[in-house]
Write a protein that binds this ligand. Structure first.
Ligand code: FAD
Length: 527
């Protein structure tokens, strides 16, 4: 994984960097009317009358991450002349700039170059649909799947991008493996394909937007959508200014990633992640676009999370062998198929924690001595860069526990010894028989039979919440009755309806961000 997917960005640098967060509106109709801020407060912004606008654009894009920058470029390409991106942060990029850069698409030239000739949009659609457990809008994922190959080609042509790698994903238990193909495309800089990652997209897209005549203003926090009757007419920003959008407004301010209040109300798993686990998205993603959309009557959908076990790099795909471990709960028993796509088993970690009231619930990754010499993806493997030191540090701070016997390990982590001994014996028998009789796991059927034994208390790394403003296939934001709110569009993970209760796997978010950004820009331009 490190050598292929990360392309020179070491796992530790990546984790560290991520953790640091490191129809045109007829303005003539506005003449003589006084648009109000979405909250009805006529004093929001610098004034309340149409004559008090501080600027006028064809399209206003709120949020300068992947979705927003893509929407801005698409609006310019589709005839909008004055386009501006307002970005709250001191620089553009958002969570997209932290992303590994995986984009799912089926039927691309990059797949064909690698000999993958049997993938189709229909297989991708059925993959997303199955993983959604019936909770997505069918037409949205059909649109994403049908557009995906053209989208990545357009992305490459528009933003000087190529794709350095094409790889696959692991399944969910009920997923027909025939739906899985190598279709995760890794973004790389066309000028230097050794440079990979989401930041290539946002860096190159900023250049493309400005070269096409768009404006980008950073350090500007959009705070209100100003309505003219039922239609979105402009935005107010935190510095008190108000801007008119003659054609359309695109909300691309991501999800409720760092909004504890909304998470508590609408998304229990995300609330648990925020309060007890780790959320590593851009700190400026505080759900502003969702709050603003709700204030003008937009419909919302909230589900689960994009969670993975990043500290141990248990990051499943077909180029990344699993480290030998099983997951156990506080009863010392297994509870999920561990080789599933990461957000599937991370949802199970959340559900297990809830059996114990939330914060008090723990789950453990149980390993044996083979962990130390396993694949370099294992954070504490001697094969990993700094792996032995990391293991010692984790043992020191208690996140990793070591014992010579399973009974000793059980005692150290406070689970019933007889259960853990039984669980491991059963697992070892299944490994010998070559079949996981409990959960049907197919990858890394490796017995845990060499002392010392290890237990790592799991911690979900949240790289996004799932949920936002419901859109249609024009990326129009819908009201509670399901009707488009005129001139208001959504891009990226500010929008919802296209991911179900758990994340189907790498590249879904960025394909959604690309697809809805491209469509929202075009729709906002009135094309
Ligand atoms: C470490 C990590 C790795 C990931 N890797 C992948 C991957 O490889 N593939 C994949 O599919 N997904 C990946 N994801 C998820 C993916 O990156 C995101 O879902 C996606 O980038 C979201 O894009 P966006 O444009 O909707 O949001 P963002 O890129 O976060 O952009 C939103 C922007 O809006 C701005 N904003 C917020 N509020 C306001 C406001 N009031 N006014 C103005 N601006 C505002 C923010 O500052 C931000 O710049 C990863 C996530 C993380 C954290």
């Amino acid at each position: 994984m490190e050598s292929t997917d990360m392309q020179g960005l070491s796992r530790r640098n990546f984790i560290g960097g991520a953790a640091l967060g490191l129809g045109a509106l007829a303005m003539g109709s506005l003449a003589g009317c006084a648009p109000k801020a979405a909250n009805g407060d006529p004093d929001a912004g610098s004034g309340s009358a149409a004559t008090s606008w501080d600027g006028e654009y064809d399209v206003i894009v709120c949020g300068g991450g992947g979705g927003g920058l893509t929407a801005a470029y698409s609006a310019l390409e589709n005839g909008a002349e004055k386009v501006i991106v307002f970005e709250k942060g001191s620089q553009c990029g958002g969570t997209t700039a932290l992303a590994e850069g995986a984009v799912q698409a089926a039927g691309t030239s990059w797949q064909k170059d690698k000999g993958i000739a049997d993938d189709t949009p229909d297989l991708l659609y059925r993959f997303w649909k199955t993983d959604s457990e019936g909770l997505v809008d069918d037409d949205l994922i059909r649109c994403m799947a049908d557009n995906a190959a053209d989208n990545v080609q357009w992305m490459a042509d528009s933003f000087s991008i190529t794709f350095a790698n094409v790889f696959g994903a692991y399944p969910a238990p009920y997923l027909d493996e025939a739906l899985l193909k190598d279709r995760i495309h890794l973004i790389a800089d066309a000028a230097d394909p050794t440079k990979t990652g989401g930041a290539i997209w946002t860096t190159n897209a900023q250049k493309a937007v400005t070269e096409k005549g768009g404006e980008i203003e950073t350090g500007i926090e959009v705070s209100e959508i100003i309505m003219d009757g039922d239609a979105a007419a402009g935005v107010a920003v935190k510095n008190g200014k108000r801007y008119k959008a003659n054609k359309g407004i695109v909300l691309a301010m991501a999800g409720i990633e760092h909004n504890e209040d909304l998470a508590k109300r609408y998304n229990p798993q995300h609330y648990w992640d925020l309060t007890t686990q780790s959320v590593i998205t851009a700190p400026t993603d505080t759900g502003d676009g969702i709050v603003m959309g709700m204030a003008v009557g937009a419909q919302t959908i909230f589900h689960g999370c994009v969670d993975l076990l990043l500290p141990t790099w248990s990051y499943t795909n077909n180029q990344n062998p699993e480290i030998p471990y099983i997951l156990v709960n506080m009863r010392g028993t297994r509870f999920v198929r561990e080789d599933t796509t990461y957000a599937f088993h991370c949802r199970a970690l959340f559900n297990e924690a809830m059996q114990w009231g939330g914060a008090g619930g723990a789950t453990y990754m149980v390993m044996d001595a083979k962990m130390t010499d396993s694949d370099k993806m294992c954070a504490w493997s001697d094969n990993a860069e700094g792996g032995a030191e990391a293991r010692e540090a984790a043992l020191e701070d208690g996140t990793l526990v070591q014992a010579d016997t399973l009974e000793g390990l059980a005692e150290a982590i406070g689970v019933p010894a007889e259960n853990l001994v039984y669980t491991v014996a059963k697992w070892n028998d299944d490994c010998a028989a070559g079949a996981d009789s409990l959960y049907g796991r197919t990858k890394q059927l490796t017995a845990l039979d060499e002392a010392p034994f290890y237990a790592w208390r799991t911690q979900n790394s949240n790289i996004g919440s799932i949920g936002g403003l419901r859109i249609n296939t024009d990326a129009a934001i819908l009201d509670e009755a399901g009707n488009p709110i005129p001139h208001l569009f959504g891009a990226g993970v500010n929008t919802a309806g296209w991911i179900g209760p758990y994340y189907p796997g790498s590249g879904t978010c960025l394909q959604g961000t690309l697809n809805w950004g491209r469509i929202a820009g075009k729709s906002a331009a009135g094309a």
